[in-house]
Write a protein that binds this ligand. Structure first.
Ligand SMILES: O=c1ccn([C@@H]2O[C@H](COP(=O)(O)O)[C@@H](O)[C@H]2O)c(=O)[nH]1
Length: 283
């Protein structure tokens, strides 16, 4: 008997937010390890390694993968060192070895629509990232090429972690700070494809609480834990969703450079596991 070809409808592609939720649930972690390579901080064994950035980051990825819900390479750290190819290969490495772990390319892009299309293509085609950070200052048309990629995540700056965050983001417009307008606009008007997330810094627990109250379950990328001194308990208490998730809590230097000895990978794994456990105690 000849078999008739299967007419099964293909599985719908699982988008960034679905994959993130799977990882939160199945790996029980909200930790994101930031990949911010700084060769001057690498252990001595990398001093004469022409592929130091790739090799160091790959070791960190392999050591910390069990404890993370996402990896977040920061593009400037690679571009400044002419290491874009290392970045591309690292994202490929994560895709092959850890297909359940999404990659957020931290490039904070923002430009007029015709240029933004190329930034979207840079993130999603050149680097094959699952999500990208975007600056909303130019308005919706500048973010549209990213929003249109329903399978990919668009992680939009809302209330950043740095000391000067409030200079513009807290300016009062129509009786409320600008970052609250940004949060609401994204959650209510820009999130048609359900692929948006917001950057809200760990260093601002009150603002984390305010934004969570405005946007329901929209995921937050929360940098500022570790080297910037954010309080883990306050972050989780103020910003988790009702089911104890909703957060991508990112730490770079405190994990990457936990040791500059030969135990760097083990020390990074310990730091990531300790952060995971601390977060989970407060969920
Ligand atoms: O508001 C923001 C947005 C992005 N970042 C980025 O996150 C990491 C933080 O590094 P740490 O070593 O954990 O402090 C870095 O890549 C920043 O560019 C941020 O810090 N704050």
């Amino acid at each position: 008997m000849t078999e008739t070809p299967s007419k099964k409808t293909p599985e719908p592609m699982r988008g960034f937010i679905d994959r993130l939720q799977d990882r939160w649930q199945h790996a029980d972690t909200l930790v994101c390890v930031g990949l911010d390579p700084e060769p001057a901080k690498f252990p001595a064994r990398f001093a004469h390694d022409p592929d130091a950035i790739f090799n160091f980051c790959r070791d960190i990825i392999d050591a910390t993968a069990p404890y993370v819900c996402a990896f977040k390479p920061q593009i400037a750290h690679f571009a400044a060192a002419h290491a874009e190819e290392a970045l591309r290969m690292l994202i490929m490495h994560i895709g092959f070895r850890y297909p359940g772990i999404p990659v957020i390319l931290d490039s904070k892009r923002g430009d007029i629509g015709s240029t933004a299309q190329h930034y979207a293509s840079e993130a999603f085609e050149r680097y094959a990232a699952d999500a990208v950070t975007v600056n909303p200052y130019l308005g919706r048309d500048s973010v549209q090429p990213f929003l249109d990629r329903g399978d990919k995540g668009v992680v939009i700056l809302c209330r950043t972690s740095n000391p000067g965050a409030g200079d513009l983001q807290d300016m009062v417009v129509g009786g409320r700070p600008l970052y609250q307008h940004v949060a609401e606009k994204i959650a209510r008007e820009w999130n048609d494809n359900g692929n948006c997330a917001l950057v809200v810094g760990a260093t601002w627990p009150d603002q984390l609480r305010d934004v969570r109250a405005l946007v329901g379950n929209v995921p937050f990328l929360v940098p500022g834990i570790g080297a910037q001194g954010g309080d883990v308990e306050a972050v989780v208490r103020n910003a988790k969703t009702a089911d104890g998730t909703g957060l991508i809590v990112s730490s770079s230097r405190a994990i990457l450079y936990a040791s500059n000895g030969d135990d760097y990978a083990e020390a990074a794994a310990n730091a990531a596991r300790t952060l995971r456990d601390e977060i989970n105690r407060h969920r």
